[in-house]
Design a protein around this ligand. Structure first.
Ligand code: NDP
Length: 484
């Protein structure tokens, strides 16, 4: 058992209460690390440290911040193998996914290192004898709450723009997957971020999470996670009118038209649903297949799905790891039972892999003959479960795709370029793909329509979410205006 400490005010510390929590490897069901269990007093200490640091950190030059972020990116790359392995042990994800996440995290810090020096305001020569200009200032202390599905990457998406903009941060990883955030804290310490600029507290959502959201000295809350939690956070934050960005769940459609390139479409269609064991906010979990190709598509799709290898993420050829926890697998299995009760046809999977007796594994699962009203079609399952529907016309596909209160992502597969542009504009989703699915770019905004969240992360939009805008007006007249 490896013991970790939290990072508050530049020091690695235990919880004030002395309480700890065991961290479990979902592939073995064994606890392998212990972390502090933060309470409200630890959060308060972290917020105080952040507030103290803000007075000097907010006045550093963009170049100083840029260089620190660049060094952090370099440290992540130096430690990439260790971080990826830890992510696999803690979250369960397959090796190539974990390695991709760590690489993306390094690249994200690099992107915001570059962007830090490009934050500019605007200037206006007013018609009267005055000058008006705008400066961008950091918000202050930002509370950041991240989930368990992409632990290091989601922590990075929050930390990098906030720090580039000159904010100080109190970040809480999920209680299930806190380890890579704590390793990141060590690298942050090593590269020389001043004490208190970044604070990482480990604890559960109800206690430590809500203490961050309700703390009067936290200026902004950025959250990624479930829609129900997002709604609770917005409600709590509204009492103090805090700035809030929410990156929530989805029930995203992937549409396959008769004229798609079927080999490519099936490849990405499987990745859309089963990447990250389906525990991805943008997962394409509603597959809409046009009737002209439906039979052939399904036959080839259900043949290709057998190539997904379920097992421990540490094994090189495994492409789908376990679910994150016992509780979460039970939740997903509950949805599989529900799908059968609702009358959907279980076309593939639905059970645990026979060769894996230990670990929270589940086979990739596909339901066909589903209707838009079924709960397995409407609710986010957040596991390896696809629901496949047949459609006849383009209009029907668009209507089915948009028939959801979510709006995070969508994908379409067609070789008709005019249809591709026409349909993608009709889809009510914040992140969309044509002829592939899932890749994200640090340079481009990420976030959802409707109940998939509010605000955007990444790209230029990502740093905007961590900046205040101040208008400064200068009178150039030397004589009184003579109003009275
Ligand atoms: P949550 O949304 O509950 O958790 C995400 C983060 O929020 C965690 O750090 C959690 O802490 C924290 N948290 C939980 N409750 C509160 C609260 N009241 N105040 C402040 N912070 C809080 O996700 P779950 O793990 O419970 O998963 C539930 C569902 O959410 C999933 O089945 C899935 O549908 C969805 N989800 C979506 C994600 C996405 O990327 N869009 C990511 C994760 C989940 P802790 O874990 O320590 O309790």
């Amino acid at each position: 058992m490896k013991s970790y400490q939290m990072y508050i005010g530049g020091a690695f510390v235990n919880a004030a209460s002395g309480k700890t929590r065991e961290v479990v490897n979902p592939a073995t069901e064994q606890a392998f690390a212990v972390v502090p269990e933060a309470g409200a007093e630890d959060v308060d200490a972290a917020v105080k440290a952040a507030r103290k640091a803000f007075s000097t950190w907010s006045k550093t030059t963009a170049l100083e911040r840029s260089r620190l972020l660049m060094r952090l990116s370099g440290k992540i790359l130096e430690n990439a193998a260790m971080l990826a392995e830890l992510e696999i042990l803690n979250n369960g994800k397959a090796k190539r996914e974990a390695q991709g996440d760590v690489d993306d995290a390094a690249a994200c810090f690099e992107f915001y290192a570059g962007l830090a020096t490009k934050v500019h305001g605007e200037t206006m020569l007013t018609p009267a004898n005055a000058v008006s200009y705008v400066v961008r200032e950091p918000l202050g202390v930002c509370g950041q709450i991240v989930p368990w599905n992409l632990p290091i990457l989601m922590a990075t998406w929050k930390l990098a723009p906030a720090l580039a903009a000159g904010n100080c941060v109190v970040l809480k990883p999920s209680e299930l997957t806190p380890l890579t955030a704590l390793e990141l804290a060590k690298l942050i310490h090593e590269v020389g971020f001043p004490a208190g600029v970044v604070n990482i507290v480990t604890g559960d959502g109800k206690t430590a999470g809500e203490a961050i959201v309700t703390h009067p000295d936290v200026d902004k809350v950025a959250f990624t996670g479930g829609t129900v939690t997002g709604s609770r956070i917005m409600e709590l934050a509204s009492k103090q009118l805090k700035r809030v960005t929410l990156e929530l769940g989805g029930k995203s459609p992937a549409i396959f038209f008769n004229d798609c390139n079927m080999d490519l479409a099936i490849d990405w269609g499987l990745f859309a649903t089963f990447a990250g064991t389906g525990q991805v906010c943008s997962a394409g979990t509603r597959l809409l297949v046009q009737e002209g190709i439906y039979d052939e598509f399904m036959q080839r799709y259900l043949a290709k799905i057998r190539d997904i290898k379920v097992g421990s993420g540490l094994e090189d050829d495994v492409t789908m790891g376990p679910l994150v926890s016992k509780h979460h697998r039970e939740k997903v299995e509950g949805y599989i039972s529900l799908g059968k009760e609702e009358g959907a046809t279980l076309a593939y999977g639905g059970d645990r892999p026979a060769h894996l007796k230990t670990g929270y594994f589940l086979n990739p699962t596909v339901f066909t003959n589903v209707t838009p009203q079924m709960r397995i079609v409407r609710e986010e399952i957040f596991g390896p479960v696809a629901a496949v529907m047949k459609f006849s016309t383009e209009e029907e596909a668009v209507a089915l795709a948009n028939d959801t209160h979510y709006g995070l992502a969508a994908g379409i597969f067609t070789q008709d370029i005019t249809r591709a542009h026409r349909v993608i504009r009709e889809l009510r989703a914040g992140v969309t793909w044509i002829n592939y699915y899932h890749p994200t770019y640090n340079e481009m905004p990420w976030g959802g329509y409707k109940q998939s969240g509010t605000g955007r992360e990444l790209g230029l939009y990502g740093i905007e979410a961590y900046l205040e805008t101040k208008q400064i007006n200068i009178n150039l007249d030397t004589a009184p205006v003579g109003w009275y």
